[in-house]
Design a protein around this ligand. Structure first.
Ligand code: UD1
Ligand code: MG
Length: 471
């Protein structure tokens, strides 16, 4: 049987360990729900697990189990509760017990891949070589080399280079502490072997726990084949134990994403001051100034400029768009040549057609603004459809909410709205209409008409101002 066929026959069961309290995080939130680059560690691990197309996925939970289930609920995930956290070996034993009837312990094809909920930057490209390398072995262990191995289990090898044990930091001798090849925690084993080894684990160690890592000794005693694979990039397999490690990982990961963006043709004024918490699809010759946060899916055309201190979440910006400083864009689509800000706020459902302008202190929600239209100052536009080439004066407000329901405002092409106008929805303004400044528009305005809806001005000659009464 060829190697490839072997991998194809493999029936993979993923087990993710996430029952621990994560005491060192000093948090009421379970450790695995803390985010890295905007997404919880466990959600990231689950994403990777799903990409492997396994037969089953089990997540072992204990501390704050309900909160974790609620935050990461997915159709194909089975939850296994480990009531008491007796160690990583015990956690896997709980999952293996739960695999009864799902997995077949009598064939070498059913494999258990153990992942940790606190190793968030894992990827399929890290796991695939381990799965392939270990296909002829009973056990495959993923290691890596780090400058500072403090706290990790060390990979102990004999003179021939074979792994003979994994020694936890607290149980290690002085010589063993010098080893900088560490256990990532990630391993793959045959279900049948694992089911036989786990009941043999004993808590003979400094922490009084059932260590999963002790299966190395059991496999050796049975002369079973063991494979190790060393991941060259430690960041991708680093486990998070405290908030400093979390912060360092966040920075390291952000810098890598910034590098990827820069190398794909975007100028970053300072790569350490752009944060990507999602996915950025970017054309050529874009420029991102300092302190910009990109969240969700952000799609940029070419020659886009994002000035400093902007937050963009789930937005699409066409070619030549300029987002000026201190703007907040969420769920908005901007066509080519649009300019917004400074201090603009675009909320979900905002569509700005080509070359339109949204200026300072303008909020737009669930509205379509036509090509070339301008809303330049201090306005609120909500639930509105506006045609092309309109000019909306400063301080214009669509009164879209009557206290119970939202209503639409429809504005045609080439409409001029004078400053400080209120458009009380539902209301329609026809093409080419003009609205006098300070109007409160409660009735539709026909095309081409002038509407003025304000008190008439009265001038009195010789007006005497009131005088203060003598004390
Ligand atoms: C573990 C490994 C260590 C490795 C390190 C990598 C063991 C004995 N040690 O140590 O060799 O270098 O990870 O990061 O395996 N968990 C449970 N139930 C338990 C205990 C833990 O589900 O009873 C979960 C935790 O929630 C966590 C994971 O297992 O997601 C690892 O536990 P943790 O306590 O962080 O182990 P480490 O001391 O880091
Ligand atoms: Mg850990």
């Amino acid at each position: 049987m060829s190697d490839k066929a072997n991998v194809r026959n493999l029936r993979l069961h993923v087990v993710i360990l996430a029952a621990g309290k994560g005491t060192r995080m000093r948090s009421k939130l379970p450790k695995v729900l803390h985010p890295v680059a905007g997404r919880s560690m466990l959600a990231r691990v689950l994403d990777v697990a799903e990409l492997l197309n396994p037969v089953s996925i089990r997540v072992v939970i204990g501390f704050e189990a309900a909160a974790i289930q609620a935050a990461c609920s997915r159709p194909h995930v089975n939850w296994v509760v480990q009531a008491q956290q007796l160690g990583t070996g015990h956690a896997v034993a709980c999952a293996v017990a739960d695999l009864q009837g799902v997995g077949d312990a009598t064939t070498p094809n059913d494999r258990v891949l153990v992942l940790y909920g606190d190793v968030p930057l894992l990827s399929v490209s890290v796991l695939a070589p381990l799965i392939v390398a270990a296909q002829a072995s009973a056990l495959g262990v993923l290691s890596t080399q780090v400058d500072d191995p403090t706290g990790y289990g060390r990979i102990i090898r004999d003179a021939a280079g074979n792994m003979v044990a994994i020694r936890e930091h607290r149980d290690a001798s002085a010589d063993e502490l010098d080893v900088n090849e560490i256990n990532t925690g990630i391993l793959i084993a045959r279900l049948g072997d694992l089911a036989a080894w786990l009941p043999q684990l004993a808590p003979h160690n400094a922490q009084g726990e059932l260590y999963l890592t002790d299966i190395v000794g059991l496999a050796r005693a049975e002369h079973k084949a063991i494979t190790t694979r060393m991941e060259p990039d430690p960041l991708l397999v680093t486990g998070i134990n405290d908030r400093w490690a979390l912060a360092e990982m966040e920075r390291a990961w952000q810098l890598r994403q910034a590098q990827r963006l820069a190398l794909s043709g975007t100028t970053l004024v300072d790569p350490s001051r752009v944060d990507i918490r999602g996915e950025v699809v970017s054309g050529l010759d874009n420029l991102i100034d300092v302190n910009v946060v990109l969240e969700g899916v952000v799609t940029l055309g070419c020659n886009v400029i994002i000035e400093s201190h902007c937050v963009l979440r789930n937005v699409t910006l066409g070619d030549g768009v300029r987002v000026r400083a201190f703007s907040h864009l969420d769920g908005a689509q901007l066509a080519a040549g649009v300019e917004v800000g400074p201090f603009a706020r675009l909320r979900p459902g905002t569509h700005l057609a080509a070359n339109s302008r949204v200026g300072n202190f303008v909020e737009i929600k669930a509205s379509r603004i036509g090509a070339g239209s301008k809303i330049n100052h201090l306005s609120y536009v909500g639930d509105t459809t506006m045609g092309a080439d309109c000019n909306v004066g400063a301080g214009t407000i669509t009164c879209n909410y009557d206290g119970a329901n939202k209503h639409q405002t429809l504005i045609g092409d080439a409409v001029f709205v004078g400053s400080s106008t209120q458009l009380v929805a539902p209301v329609q303004v026809g093409d080419g209409a003009t609205i006098g400044a300070g109007s409160t528009i409660t009735h539709d305005v026909p095309a081409g008409h002038l509407a003025i809806a304000r008190a008439r001005q009265m001038n009195r000659a010789g007006w005497q101002r009131p005088k203060k009464k003598p004390k």
